[in-house]
Design a protein around this ligand. Structure first.
Ligand code: NAD
Length: 497
């Protein structure tokens, strides 16, 4: 019988009583590998209630004990690294090494969560008035919610619940309905690490389940990662119900290439960052802006891209895997066909890609366009496939204006040998994460993941110090202790003397 994914509520893996089920497919074969329940209203209610109950105890647990839970958890994640990666390969189609990387970038956040005692410290100041001291604490909020996308089913849940829980909160996770297997394994290992019942719940489903969580009166904060449309809806609904929301959304990431850059480095980095993971990374490079003579490198770039081929997760020569679903593949093919119709020149077309032994996989080969202009749908829409668009500019200023005119602001990079050009770019570009000769500048967890503009709705970002602020309230205490009984009479002003 097909595996039925359970819900995790109050420490128990339970089978849903729903009548609505979704299928989870292996995207390389279309084999149905699991059935996924859309949790009922009662089950969502039970998950939030369990999180609320657990919060009463957990908020009192000393900070070092919370940190120790994270230390045990990261050790288990490392022990089962390859097993979880194989699960990821099954429901995402990622290559094995890429799947290991997906989990590794999440483990690094758990390591950071083990530093919670230092990260969550408040501030102190003596003698803010005569005999008066002032100090602040951070305190947890309560029940927090995470809604995650398909493309990093290990890393992105791990951006959220370990830090929220280390801060003293409890959590309800709603993973992507397209590939929930790794998220369930992460939850099992969290239990195995000794997490008390109710700290983490997992519920499944789509919009209906998310909408119940967004308006639930016991939910205090919502972290979301996914598409722009869903992000806008979640930010608007969550904040309209007076909750904290951080919503990380879509992207269109540009790499600006100056002619003084190392040509081979540029070509290698462009190929890996554009078609790696089938282009299904929110920080993938989807547009290269070639400045001046860098245009002459196009034929060599095309040859390098043509040598990459997709394949199954255990094929050591595969550059990347299939797209997540048939619908995603059809969408990408429609955009490729549309790009041709709009007048862009297609140098490589991966629309008819086939992989031996996998006739039903959602394959798209590396695709390269030149002559792309800002008005084309190919440029305006996020493609989220192995498609690289080439644009051209006569100067660095022109390239900067092009990138800044794009509504997204997730990531960008510049390849150059000039420190002055790189300095100008990092200063003038209106994008939250900038790489200098680094194609995918995802910050490590002691910084934060800082998308801007249409790529992010909210103010405090994921992981790092900003996440600790997102998942806590600050309480500020102003204290005076009287040394004698002398009473000077009432102080009628607001001024502390
Ligand atoms: P998606 O928006 O379709 O789904 C993300 C999550 O939101 C899922 O759990 C889904 O069930 C839920 N959801 C979807 N539509 C909803 C709606 N209308 N109302 C409420 N909930 C809804 O995204 P996806 O296809 O899974 O992921 C790909 C997208 O995620 C891309 O746009 C990519 O750029 C983006 N992404 C962004 C970042 C970032 O950090 N900015 C990181 C990873 C992925």
């Amino acid at each position: 019988m097909t595996y039925q994914v359970p819900l995790l509520i109050g420490g128990n893996m339970v089978q849903s009583r729903t009548h609505e089920w979704l299928e989870v497919n292996n995207p390389a074969t279309q084999e149905i590998i699991a059935r996924l329940p859309c949790a009922t209203a009662e089950e969502v209610e039970a998950a939030v209630a369990a999180a609320s109950r657990a919060f009463v105890e957990w908020r009192e647990v000393p900070v070092p004990e919370r940190a120790r839970l994270m230390l045990r958890y990261q050790a288990l994640l490392k022990e089962y690294h390859d097993d979880i990666a194989r699960l990821l390969c099954k429901d995402t189609g990622k290559t094995f090494e890429d799947a290991r990387g997906d989990l590794w970038r999440g483990i690094e956040v758990v390591e950071q969560a083990a530093n919670i005692a230092s990260l969550s410290m408040g501030e102190t100041q003596e003698n803010v008035a005569r005999g008066v001291d002032c100090y602040s604490f951070t305190q947890p909020l309560g029940v927090c919610v995470g809604i995650t996308p398909f493309n990093f089913p290990a890393m992105i849940p791990l951006w959220m619940f370990p830090l929220a829980i280390a801060c003293g909160n409890t959590f309800v996770l709603k993973p992507s309905e397209q590939d929930p297997l790794a998220s369930m394994r992460l939850a099992e290992l969290f239990k195995q690490a000794g997490a008390p019942d109710g700290l983490l719940q997992v519920v499944h489903g789509g919009k209906e389940v998310v909408d119940r969580l967004l308006v639930h009166p016991e939910v205090c904060a919502i972290s979301f990662v996914g598409s722009v449309a869903a992000g806008q809806h979640i930010y608007q609904t969550g904040t309209a119900h007076l909750k904290r929301v951080q919503a990380f959304a879509g992207a269109k990431n540009h790499m600006v290439v100056l002619p003084d850059a190392n040509k081979q480095q540029v070509i290698n980095n462009l190929v890996g960052s554009s078609v790696g993971a089938a282009g299904q990374r929110c920080m993938a490079i989807s547009v290269a802006v070639l400045v001046g003579e860098a245009r002459e490198w196009i034929p060599e770039l095309k040859d390098a891209m043509a040598r990459v081929r997709p394949g199954a997760w255990d094929d050591p020569d595969a550059g990347y895997g299939p797209l997540i679903s048939k619908a995603a593949r059809e969408r990408v093919l429609r955009l490729i066909a549309g790009g041709r119709a709009e007048g862009a020149e297609c140098l490589l077309d991966g629309s008819h890609c086939a992989v031996d032994g996998y006739p039903h996989g959602n394959w798209v080969g590396p695709t390269l366009f030149r002559g792309v202009t800002p008005d084309m749908a190919l440029y305006r829409e996020e493609i989220f496939g192995p498609v690289l668009l080439l644009m051209e500019a006569d100067s660095l200023d022109q390239a900067i204006n092009l990138v800044n005119a794009n509504p997204y602001g997730n990531g960008t990079s510049i390849f150059t040998a000039s420190g002055a050009a790189a300095r100008k770019y990092q200063h003038e570009i209106r994008v939250g994460q900038v790489g200098i000769n680094v194609p995918i500048p995802v910050p490590l967890p002691f910084f934060s993941f800082t998308g801007w503009r249409r790529s992010f709705y909210g103010d405090l970002h994921a992981y790092g110090k900003q996440a600790v602020r997102f998942y806590t309230e600050t309480k500020t205490i102003t204290a005076r202790w009287f040394e004698d009984e002398a009473v000077a009479g009432p102080n009628m002003s607001i001024h502390l003397k």
